[in-house]
Design a protein around this ligand. Structure first.
Ligand SMILES: NC(=O)c1ccc[n+]([C@@H]2O[C@H](COP(=O)([O-])OP(=O)(O)OC[C@H]3O[C@@H](n4cnc5c(N)ncnc54)[C@H](OP(=O)(O)O)[C@@H]3O)[C@@H](O)[C@H]2O)c1
Length: 320
């Protein structure tokens, strides 16, 4: 256990993680009726963020793709549904035009839309990698590129729903993790580039929370979508039911929505918000990040001693 780093390093880190205040935002920090665009607002985390923003008095442009979802979202107070597939440039251009014409400006963007596949790398068709990257990587890239001028007018915020899969990768999760690792690099680059404009950039890294994503992953492997879920063999239905059961055992993504509120409205948003549902997922993520540090450092001409690493980490922890 803790083979590569001394206990003190981990103690400092975990004390900081545990002592961190929840992502509470004071009333003053949340100016009412600031407008925020949320992509993928039809279900799961995006829907929850939409509900929480709207309930807090903000105005939400809620992105969705299907008529029934757009109609549902339009029923909510403080919400205007926007037809928005993040892989379709015409949709994005129309959304920019509509939000610009509405005249209330844009304070924030939550790049939430996301998809996954679950298969071994060597058995994953290139089309599946394209499918995931198109939504999870190119989606935020296209959306931020299109909306940065509006955000810059308000010195606004943009945040992306990354994942602890942006730090952890393993059997069958490669494609999804590749997309979420990419979001880490993308976020750091964009944050540095937009700093001068006053637009603040962050990434939220949830662990496992209740949503539709797992059902969709299972159906995708069967060549089906959620709308075709009535059309399954008994074996497929059993597989789907198992996944639904697992999903039901997960927490509602309230803490993810809290982190989004903080990223959008706190005076000093954090660059990264890890939102693990429990201590095990938090530890797995921190351990995966530290494992890379230990592996990078091991057995090379410029390796640091454990004491030097410990001091370096203590400094970095103090800076957060
Ligand atoms: N739930 C978790 O445990 C978890 C953990 C870490 C990270 N995340 C991330 O959280 C985000 C939200 O996922 P979720 O778990 O809430 O899953 P979800 O319930 O399946 O929601 C995904 C949302 O993205 C939308 N979407 C998919 N493709 C799109 C496209 N091309 N253009 C626009 N919207 C699109 C979906 O719309 P449709 O209904 O039209 O398909 C849906 O609204 C994703 O980025 C996911 O990777 C989730």
């Amino acid at each position: 256990m803790h083979k590569h780093l001394p206990i003190t390093v981990l103690t400092v880190l975990f004390i900081c993680v545990l002592a961190a205040a929840p992502h509470a935002v004071s009333a003053q920090e949340q100016e009412a009726q600031k407008a925020v665009l949320v992509t993928g607002a039809s279900s799961g985390i995006g829907r929850k963020i939409t509900e929480v923003l709207a309930a807090n008095g903000h105005f939400v442009y809620a992105g969705a793709r299907k008529d029934k979802d757009l109609a549902e979202l339009n029923k909510m107070d403080n919400v205007e549904a926007v037809r928005l597939d993040v892989t379709v440039q015409d949709d994005i251009d129309a959304a920019v035009a509509r939000i610009t014409e509405a005249g209330r400006g844009l304070h924030g963007v939550v790049n939430n839309a996301g998809v996954g596949v679950f298969s071994p790398m060597n058995e994953t068709p290139e089309a599946d990698i394209d499918f995931v990257f198109d939504v999870n990587i190119y989606g935020p890239y296209r959306i931020n590129k299109a909306f940065t001028p509006l955000l810059a007018e308000n010195k606004g915020r943009t945040t992306t729903i990354g994942s602890i899969a942006g730090f952890i990768s393993g059997r069958r999760s490669g494609t999804y993790s590749m997309s979420k690792f990419a979001i880490e690099a993308y976020t750091d680059a964009l944050a540095a580039e937009l700093a001068e404009s006053g637009v603040l950039v962050s990434v939220i890294e949830p662990g496992g929370f209740k949503s539709k994503i797992r059902e969709k992953v299972v159906l995708h492997a069967m060549g089906k979508t959620l709308d075709q879920a009535g059309d399954l063999t008994a074996e497929e239905q059993e597989q789907l039911n198992k996944m639904k059961e697992r999903n039901e055992s997960l927490k509602e993504p309230d803490e993810v929505a809290e982190a989004a509120l903080h990223a959008l409205f706190a005076e000093k948003p954090k660059p990264r918000y890890m939102v693990a549902p429990d201590a095990e997922e938090a530890e797995a993520t921190i351990r995966a990040a530290l494992t890379r540090v230990a592996q990078l450092n091991a057995d090379q001409p410029y390796s640091y001693t454990l004491e030097q690493l410990n001091n370096m980490l203590a400094e970095l922890v103090a800076e957060q």
